[in-house]
Design a protein around this ligand. Structure first.
Ligand code: AMP
Length: 197
């Protein structure tokens, strides 16, 4: 799928918690020089700076549940309207529900933009549980990283977020990338799939 203006690179990275989205996203944005829009990061920063948004979302983050759609859609709409997104962006952690995906379609249509590529990182559930367990043991400092909450995040993913991939797949817009292997191997697969060298 190509975007109307080839200089735009409007990307989404999808995949369950523990699939390596954040790591791959960080490498992609530095290669493509586009902003990394991680809704989880925006929410965590809001909580740590005790902003009004932070006070509204803290309990959701602490439990691993999803923040209400309307709140996160407003955050993304505002973020995408900033100047640094004019040449593209990479959305990481959004959309997380089909309603968010539908809202994103409308936001992009209003901006006369469309998604260039939807990248899905594919990792089996047993590998994910293992990675989450290790992340919990190493204590990455995130308040939502206890084992129980991490397992809940995975359940929330299968229930609410897996349908987003199905939504995009209906229109044949998803590049499914094998998420197993080294960080570099996975990055190479993504770049090959989107024909960027
Ligand atoms: P993440 O770092 O992407 O795993 O997000 C951490 C937490 O932020 C999630 O467990 C949710 O509570 C919240 N969050 C991040 N993105 C979204 C989203 N698109 N919709 C709802 N909640 C979100």
């Amino acid at each position: 799928m190509s975007s109307p203006n080839p200089t735009f690179l409007n990307l989404i990275i999808l995949g369950p918690p523990g699939a390596g989205k954040g790591t791959q996203a960080a490498l992609l944005v530095s290669a493509f020089k586009i902003p990394h829009i991680s809704t989880g990061e925006i929410m965590r920063q809001a909580v740590s700076s005790s902003s009004e948004l932070g006070s509204r979302v803290k309990s959701y983050l602490d439990s691993g549940e999803l923040v209400p759609d309307q709140l996160v859609i407003e955050v993304v709409k505002d973020r995408l309207s900033r100047d640094d997104c004019s040449k593209g962006f990479l959305l990481d952690g959004f959309p997380r529900t089909v309603d968010q995906a539908v809202a994103l379609d409308i936001i992009l249509k209003d901006m006369k933009r469309e998604l260039s590529h939807i990248i899905e990182l594919d990792v089996s559930e047993s590998v994910l549980l293992d990675r989450i367990r290790k992340r919990g043991e190493n204590g990455s400092g995130r308040s939502d990283d206890s084992l129980e909450i991490a397992a809940n995040r995975l359940q929330v993913y299968w229930r609410q977020t897996a349908p987003v991939t199905a939504y995009y797949k209906e229109s044949g817009r998803v590049l499914t990338i094998n998420g197993l292997g080294s960080v570099e191997e996975v990055q190479e697969r993504i770049k090959n799939a989107i024909s960027y060298k």
